[in-house]
Design a protein around this ligand. Structure first.
Ligand SMILES: *[C@@H]1O[C@H](CO)[C@@H](O)[C@H](O)[C@H]1NC(C)=O
Ligand SMILES: *[C@@H]1O[C@H](CO)[C@@H](O)[C@H](O)[C@H]1NC(C)=O
Ligand SMILES: *[C@@H]1O[C@H](CO)[C@@H](O)[C@H](O)[C@H]1NC(C)=O
Ligand SMILES: *[C@@H]1O[C@H](CO)[C@@H](O)[C@H](O)[C@H]1NC(C)=O
Ligand SMILES: *[C@@H]1O[C@H](CO)[C@@H](O)[C@H](O)[C@H]1NC(C)=O
Length: 406
């Protein structure tokens, strides 16, 4: 029986992954370009920095332009890369819009993704390299990037914008290292993730089997999940047909997982997703989401550190159960933007998060009933529905324009 669960689980995961594969007959030249190439092709300067974390991961940071304005750090979500912020047409990508407004824009990349797959000592071919979950992204990657940017720009604070897991990483960072809060002007969470209790995507059916799936993956020595250049990707390329039907299928699979918003979907985005997604992450990172879903409905267990199992927990945390992050220690001013049609960062979980945060300024529902998880990055109407209001948001304007007075 357990074996059946393994294989069904793996099959479903594989299906979900390969269905994200996408027809490229709607050609988008960005599909085959790197983030740096896209930024330069749009006529902006791009500088590449390498930031080393306290635990030795070497992260790539991309800067748009050379502004001396207030620094803004944009952090992508699960399985993704910083390409998320710059592939919408000119004037409709948050990364370029902020640069156009005079901000000094930095795009960060989580450990293990396409651009940040290096370490001072470990090789990504070694299992030990992939020995992380999003705890470490919060504990090490976020502080390293923030410190690096502030040191480079000689500014006292920056603005942090995180999509999905990019928000979770911020909460972990600032709850665990409260002094970091003083280096943040404001934090904007787009489709922010913390509690997964009401995660409503059909992939949640896999969550209860996370231990079995992990066991299987470990047995097959798979520690990195969906890393970009591996077998799964070649398979993905081979099964994808360039037909209208496939586009429909791929689109429907994406809707199935993230929420349906046809009107707001530009099918040209499919080829960008195909070219860049997944950016790769560790199996443990995905497992942590599943753990969050499994324990999320239990009071006090909504947003916890990674569960390594009782004995390793005892060694690491001093207790057999993983500790919860105390979100009241997130004292930087936080603004949340969320979508009613988002199956991954569901409205009920946002409501919980907004009650926990230590310094919530506002929680804003995007004014579009179907707004889903990916619309925050690629929605056709995101400019009008999200970026314009975000930039002009009454309580934010003061901080955007006169941040030093805040
Ligand atoms: C869809 O994306 C393509 C490629 O980025 C762009 O040229 C086109 O203007 C977009 N359509 C809309 C409606 O935004
Ligand atoms: C992962 O890290 C933990 C503690 O840092 C260590 O005990 C464990 O052996 C590591 N696993 C691998 C495969 O390196
Ligand atoms: C801070 O920046 C200076 C150069 O401006 C550099 O020499 C130094 O290594 C940096 N420190 C850190 C911690 O990045
Ligand atoms: C993953 O891709 C890298 C780079 O192409 C390759 O060296 C490695 O062997 C691949 N791993 C597996 C399990 O196929
Ligand atoms: C969380 O932190 C606040 C502020 O330090 C403290 O008052 C509260 O007791 C903490 N909550 C838990 C569950 O530890």
């Amino acid at each position: 029986m357990r074996l059946v669960v393994f294989f069904v689980g793996i099959l479903v995961l594989t299906f979900v992954h390969h269905s994200l594969c996408i027809a490229t007959n709607v050609r988008n030249p960005d599909a085959t370009k790197s983030t740096v190439e896209i930024i330069r092709s749009r006529g902006y300067l791009c500088t590449v920095y390498h930031v080393t974390t306290d635990d030795g991961y070497i992260l790539e940071l991309h800067r748009i332009g050379l502004s001396s304005g207030r620094p803004v750090l944009l952090q992508h979500g699960l399985l993704s890369t910083d390409v998320d912020w710059i592939t919408n047409p000119a004037g409709q990508s948050l990364g370029f819009r902020l640069a156009d407004m005079g901000y000094d824009v930095y795009l960060s990349n989580s450990r293990g993704n396409t651009y940040s797959r290096r370490h001072v000592r470990l090789d990504p071919k070694e299992e030990a390299y992939w020995n992380f979950s999003y705890d470490e992204m919060g504990l090490y990657d976020v502080p390293a990037n923030v410190e690096f940017i502030l040191n480079l720009t000689r500014q006292p604070k920056l603005i942090y914008i995180g999509h999905s897991m990019g928000a979770a990483m911020f909460y972990i960072a600032t709850a665990s290292r409260p002094e970091l809060n003083h280096k943040i002007d404001l934090m904007i969470g787009l489709a922010p993730v913390a509690s997964m209790a009401h995660f409503n995507s059909p992939v949640k059916a896999l969550a209860p089997h996370v231990d079995a799936i992990q066991f299987f993956l470990r047995a097959t020595r798979t520690r990195a999940f969906l890393a970009k250049e591996n077998w799964s990707r070649r398979f993905q390329k081979s099964v994808c047909q360039h037909t209208f039907k496939t586009i429909q299928l791929c689109q429907n699979v994406i809707f199935y997982i993230t929420g349906t918003d046809r009107e707001n979907f530009n099918s040209s985005v499919l080829s960008v997703i195909e070219g860049h997604f997944p950016g790769g992450t560790s199996v443990n990172t995905l497992a942590q989401f599943a753990q969050g879903y499994n324990t999320g409905k239990r009071e006090g267990e909504q947003f916890r550190a990674y569960d390594h199992g009782p004995s390793e927990n005892l060694r690491r945390y001093g207790v057999t159960q993983p500790p919860s992050y105390n979100l009241s220690l997130v004292t930087a001013p936080v603004y949340l933007f969320w979508g009613a049609g988002d199956l991954l960062a569901s409205p009920k979980d946002i409501e919980w998060l907004s009650k926990q945060l230590g310094n919530l300024q506002s929680s804003v529902k995007v004014d579009w009933p179907e707004f889903n998880h990916l619309d925050f990055l690629w929605g056709v109407n995101s400019n009008r529905l999200l970026y314009d209001p975000l930039i002009a948001f009454p309580k934010l304007v003061h901080l955007w324009i006169f941040p030093e007075d805040s």
